[in-house]
Design a binder for this molecule. Sequence first.
Ligand code: WTA
Length: 654
Amino acid sequence: MKPGEAAAATHPPQPDFVSGAHIDAAAYEAMYRQSVEDPEGFWGEHGKRLDWIKPYTEVKNTSFRMGEVEIHWFRDGTLNVAANCIDRHLKTRGDQTAIVFVPDDPGDPVRHITYRELHEKVNRMANVLLSQGVMRGDRVVIYMPMIPEAAYAMLACARIGAIHSVVFAGFSADGLANRINDCGAKVVITADSAPRGGRKTALKSNTDAALLHCSDRVRCMVVKHTGDQTSWIQGRDVDVLQLMEHASPDCPPRELASEHPLFILYTSGSTGKPKGVVHSSGGYLAYAAMTHEYTFDYHEGDVFWCTADVGWVTGHSYIVYGPLANGATTVMFEGVPTYPDAGRMWQICQDLKVNQFYTAPTVIRALMGQGTDWVEKYDLSSLKVLGSVGEPINPEAWEWYNAHVGKGRCPIVDTWWQTETGGHLLTPLPGATATKPGSATKPFFGVQPVVLEAESGKEIDSTEAEGVLCIKDSWPGQMRTVWGDHDRFQETYFSHYKGYYFSGDGCRRDADGYYWVTGRVDDVINVSGHRMGTAEVESALVAHQAVAEAAVVGYPHEIKGQGIYAYVTLMNGVEATEELRKELEKWVRTEIGPIAKPDIIQWAPGLPKTRSGKIMRRILRKIAENDFGSLGDISTLADPSVVDELINNRMNRG
Ligand code: WTA
């Protein structure tokens, strides 16, 4: 059955929810129409939700024309992102909690950081950065646990105009080194170690290993978090918390252009090394804040919890920037959903009286597998809206989330977006949109999705359509370029389908005009909501001396959404043993990080290739999916017999 073909129940917004919501169905229609008919007028008005130092007069200046792609929003305006997230709230809500920090160990105290305290910490951290010679436009890599200091570091950069690049703590030393080098970071901020689920990742020692491959001018700022012993290099390593104590609590926010880059975030594509996605200040912040308010129907005083890691875009937009720009109370959780037990998330929702809860389908499926007792045990009556992000949510998980977490009363917002988009592009608005389990429903304001025929690139006009998902015009949260490589930016997103932004996702539009994102049409896979390029895993594998060739594909995985299936051809004379399999798994963990470890390695004496030597991934995908009855035309293969060999020894027989 195709997505959307199920006799899916439609869930209309409930009347008592609608009456208190920011946007109802009529308001959505009217605002959406205005947003696409008159983007200048619409965004000119909504850009005012930020405090500008110098107000903009130009709203939109964008082109999707291949060769001339440029994206500018609010270009002549100036502002400071940190001042928008902190300073402007001090008068009215200085004593309100900005960040609630929930440590990994349930025995450790929860910390409430007020806006006033956040202001002081960020200023001190900003002054420490200045004292280390960090200047406007310099890059700062942040490799941290999920602790408030990670948010302080991001905001401190924003305050002085440094560009941060957060690297997920699950990446290895090599992954970290590549990112430090690609963006030419002056400083890396890390911590001694990161506890998660009772286990620790040695961030400082990973950083030490990474810095062996970087310029020796890169400074290392260390937050002593767990107090674990680490090595210490005099002259290079500095103790951040100690310096913060002595630093001044005043650091005036710098006036910055709207288009000044706020951050770089590396993400995987179908080819080559990860790309540094560059986001702006004004457009990004306006979009993150507006989507946060409307998608989650956020109201003053609500406690908002996004369970993502700040190492991903979801953490940037919906733990830090969106909520803080709106003066919200945002929850930062250091741990994992199943530690010390599968009730942890629900306990936190109960204890903190969380109002909006935003997580990934993989988390829902994992907790669903633990039974309903864990969730029934806690009082979840504070919840108002539930969100989902990262991959298509299967209707079973949707229904479970709705019945057991939301008790049938909380609208579910399935938000489709990407690192590149800065914020939600397709999403229900909880007071306006009737939801259908598994559909990200309708576009957010200003977003013009189109479905194109994959081959011809022709736009499909009929309401019902199936093809690739593209966007017709710019929105303020859109990425501006690939760090250091504008050609790659144009090539990746604007060259396949001329005049459109190409998302890389396939989708279907149903008779009601609802969008059903079906997954990537390129060689990107989505493992537990973590985005990965199969090419990256392949190049890690072939870097091992025993490996001659490798091909990596995704396959359906009950909990993770997709698992990593690697076909590996060994060098002549190398024996395929269990030890070698283990060693290759470990190798990939070290080369990229634990999230990239293959779930399945199949030894492949040969790979299916065309006569010109191109690997036919379509066939490998089918075999990995245990669906080899319909392999299609294999007559163009140089040696069709390798296919039988691979089928006979396939490792997913589920
Ligand atoms: C997928 C995460 C279906 C999609 C914010 C996209 C989704 C990629 C959804 C981006 C959703 C994200 N339904 N698919 N609600 N949300 N995706 O850059 O394939 O880590 O292209 O951004 O995740 O992943 P990224």
